[in-house]
Ligand binder design. Structure first.
Ligand SMILES: Cc1cc2nc3c(=O)[nH]c(=O)nc-3n(C[C@H](O)[C@H](O)[C@H](O)COP(=O)(O)OP(=O)(O)OC[C@H]3O[C@@H](n4cnc5c(N)ncnc54)[C@H](O)[C@@H]3O)c2cc1C
Length: 564
């Protein structure tokens, strides 16, 4: 190259005469176009991940102190997800798989960064802020205090609506509390993040089952909008002989009891049926009371839907995983479970889920001696008492959560999923309900266009220097079972965090690298001061542009487009 002199500490110098020999001119002119980064495009909550990472990465250029930048990042996160500490612990982070940095030396470790900022918010007691100050008169009811219901409640409360959340149990968080073990999701983190929503003025009625303690008629007469977020808490059995009776639990029932502090007798040997998060959480919970645990799954490891790192951690805890086997019968001696008979499987053609279908192998049955069976195969909503609201158990809703006029739904009650999906659906439904109540155009504010990955210049070492992704510290393995409720993953420290946010490519968003300015011979670019996050660092004088394309060619993050 030779034309360009760049020193990281000094202002880069644009060399006289550069570009003079360019023959690649056109009538097209540059435009600075903010694009949607793949992390955000993949995030079911619609979190503006690049924006908050860049708030910190660019803090000095933006004139923010570290604390101001962290606070700014926290506020960007909670715009779409009021639970950054929780999600920084349990989200399977599909965003990281799609991060453009994957091609270099691994995607940005977004999830641990989210946790860091979430914990900062808790430590600093940052409050959730109102979007609209004027108090609205239309009352809103939320059925279920899980991620979907609480996300809906938050989004409505910040727009000024009076919101009441009715929750059947005496705890908040839904399946995040009742399903996920505390060593993955500490209760104090969850309750502190929910408290912030309550602090916005949301009324929480715990121990109140809608359809039993509060009638549907009362709900309808008191509230203009109703959101159903009851989740799916009814575990499914395996439909095999012998499963009815003591010694057989569904995964969600077992975990519910454990998280409720009950001492559940599972005996010495436990079989857990299934390959999802519920199966792995149930298996690890049973290991924590000293049982020998075998997970029996009918497909292979590749098809297991559980979070991969959780499967690995379960194996480290000596949970055995037997693949390609399906339950056939639970054997008993009187009432006591003695074994589970399983049949070997092989994989056939893909089914509707896209995963290869397990096909039984004739005559391959064998017994696994056990004292207890935990069937963690699936669950469905329990809509008992809600018949006058909707025709259960599953709710059929439009993409924006609308079920009928004034009735919205989201989360597991619509489709079994993840907390991040529930949070995203709660927000989408709140935006639709708000638009309906205020007569707004719900389609306003379409997302920015996606940034094609070939526009990112990952190979530019001076712009994107190589650096490995951060890994979170873990509690020593020997303590995992002896301190059964203590959090295992301990997160990252500030130094790791700052290095990690610096790894973000800022795909599709200007981050002030100055290459457009450096390469522009006619001098079209003039520095904007002060700069604002997400806005261009330069204004352009297009009348002097000769259409050489250099600014687009040299922009490492794909922010600059030649148009025309
Ligand atoms: C064991 C397990 C592990 C999981 N691990 C993960 C994970 O690691 N990461 C992840 O992202 N997701 C995970 N999930 C999925 C995640 O927990 C759910 O997708 C999410 O909680 C769904 O949120 P929701 O608000 O729709 O429902 P829920 O969280 O189920 O909340 C529904 C709430 O409604 C209440 N309710 C029910 N009926 C009534 C009624 N009639 N009146 C009033 N209240 C009512 C319930 O008590 C509950 O509090 C896991 C799920 C399970 C079961």
């Amino acid at each position: 190259m030779g034309l360009l002199k760049k020193d990281k500490k000094k202002k880069p110098v644009r060399m006289a005469g550069h570009g003079a020999t360019s023959t690649k001119t056109s009538t097209a002119r540059p435009q600075q176009i903010l694009k949607t980064a793949p992390c955000t495009a993949t995030c079911p909550s619609g979190n503006k991940i690049r924006m908050w990472l860049q708030a910190i990465a660019q803090r000095e250029k933006l004139g923010m102190s570290e604390e101001e930048a962290f606070t700014k990042a926290w506020n960007i996160i909670v715009d779409t997800n009021p639970f950054p500490s929780m999600m920084g612990r349990i989200c399977p982070h599909p965003c990281e798989d799609k991060c453009n940095r994957v091609v270099k030396e691994g995607g940005v470790a977004i999830n641990v960064c989210e946790r860091f900022i979430g914990d900062f918010g808790l430590e600093k007691k940052l409050p959730l802020l109102k979007l609209e100050e004027d108090a609205k008169s239309e009352s809103v009811a939320v059925v279920g205090a899980g991620p979907a219901g609480l996300s809906f409640a938050y989004q409505m409360a910040r727009r000024g609506y009076p919101v009441t959340v009715y929750e059947k149990t005496d705890k908040v968080g839904g399946m995040v509390f009742w399903g996920i073990p505390f060593y993955r999701q500490p209760e104090d983190v969850l309750t502190a993040e929910v408290q912030r929503i309550v602090d916005m003025g949301v009324t929480l009625k715990l121990g109140t089952e809608v359809g039993k303690d509060v009638s549907i008629d009362a709900l309808k007469s008191e509230h203009k909008i109703i959101f159903v977020g009851i989740g799916a808490h009814k575990g499914r059995l395996m439909r095999v002989p012998g499963e009815e009776g003591p010694g057989v639990f569904t995964g969600v029932d077992y975990l519910h009891r454990v998280n409720n502090g009950e001492k559940v007798d599972v005996g010495k040997k436990v079989a857990v049926i299934g390959g999802g998060d519920t199966a792995i959480d149930a298996a690890r919970a049973a290991r924590r009371v000293g049982a020998e645990v075998t997970v029996l799954y009918r497909r292979t490891r590749t098809e297991m839907p559980a979070i991969d790192s959780e499967i690995e951690d379960a194996i480290k805890e000596n949970v055995k995983v037997e693949l390609l086997v399906a339950p056939v019968e639970v054997k008993r001696d009187g009432d006591t479970v003695t074994a589970i008979t399983v049949q070997k499987m092989e994989l056939g053609e893909p089914d509707s889920s896209g995963r290869r279908r397990p096909v039984p192998i004739e005559g391959s049955e064998y017994d696994v001696p056990v004292d207890c069976v935990i069937a963690a195969i699936s669950q469905e909503p329990d809509a008992t008492g809600l018949e006058a609201l909707y025709d259960g158990p599953w709710v059929t809703a439009e993409d924006n959560g609308k079920v009928a006029d004034g009735l919205f739904a989201g989360g597991d009650v619509v489709n079994l999923g993840l907390a991040t999906i529930a949070i995203g659906q709660g927000r989408a439904a709140a935006e639709a309900a708000h638009a309906q109540l205020r007569g707004l155009d719900a389609a306003a504010g379409l997302p920015a266009p996606p940034i094609p990955k070939e526009r990112i210049k990952a190979e530019l070492e001076d712009v994107y220097p190589s650096s490995p992704a951060a890994t979170a510290a873990h509690r020593p393995l020997e303590e995992w079972l002896t301190k059964p409720d203590d959090e295992i993953v301990l997160g990252i420290d500030k130094e790791q965090f700052l290095a990690e946010v610096g790894r973000c490519f800022s795909c599709g968003q200007c981050f002030g690298c100055e290459r457009c300015w450096m390469y522009c011979t006619p001098g079209c670019f003039k520095k904007v001061e002060p700069i604002a996050l997400g806005e261009p660092y330069y204004s352009m004088k297009l009348e002097t542009c000769d259409g050489c394309n250099k600014c687009q060619d040299e922009c490492p993050c794909g922010y600059m487009d030649m148009v025309g």
